[in-house]
Design a protein around this ligand. Sequence first.
Ligand SMILES: O=C(O)CCC(=O)C(=O)O
Length: 284
Amino acid sequence: MSVEELNLLIDTDCLNPRLIALIKDGQILKSQAYIQNNHLIPGAIRRHLGEGVTLSVRALHETNPAIAAFCRQLADELGHPTQANCYLTPSGHQGFAHHWDPHITVIIQISGKKTWDLYAPMIPDPVYPQLAWTTVGFTDTQRQYLESHDPDYSITLLPGDVLWIPRGWIHNPYAPEAGAEPSLHLTIGIVQRTFHWVATRLLEEAIHDPRFRRALPPCGAIPAPEKLGETWELLASWFGSLDLTQAAADLDAATDPDLGLALPAARSAPSGLVTFPAATSLGD
Ligand SMILES: O=C(O)CCC(=O)C(=O)O
């Protein structure tokens, strides 16, 4: 993906409108600003870029053959699903402001410059359900902290530079130097599965056991402490009776959070966090 390639797609209105986002100063533009009747409004993206808006092109691991091959190879080597987006930001402007991602991001600067102010995580190792910033943003206290503290790191990337941002690190990226060439970078997302992911999926299966569907006594929304103890005993008994080999195979075949991601090829021999300990019994 080069600036020339992207410029051609922009100027011929050949970008898929469902796979782009336009962002300025931390706000995502409403799609009506560039889509009409499900089609791009001719010339709209170029006009918005002229006003300092950042263009993000999503899911390049599904639409760009070279990036798709790269993401698949990376997924195979790391054992984690991957995805790719790119961001074109006019110089002197900013797309997304402070935020964090619930996956590792690897930033590859293609052209121009981008400065990344980085802050240590407020939630260590966050997972997808905690991605509250997209809906409610940071709390006032968190925002005040970010606005009144220097970043832990401030790094300016030049073409060819690569920055690895661990899951949860807060980043505030901007293209410095008004008047210079626009910044283009590729972001590879590396989606790690977690013990929470395994636990959540296992517990979803408990719905098939009628014991979990019994009603609690009508004594208020919060079960009495002894009911929590009973829940714990039920969980332990249910875990103990699970066919762990089958559960591991089902987990390995689970696709829901991976939809649209480049998956590691060796799904039948998962590595790292994906592995479920088939030989371990969790209860008698
Ligand atoms: O440059 C931007 O506007 C946002 C980039 C970003 O957050 C990312 O690449 O993960």
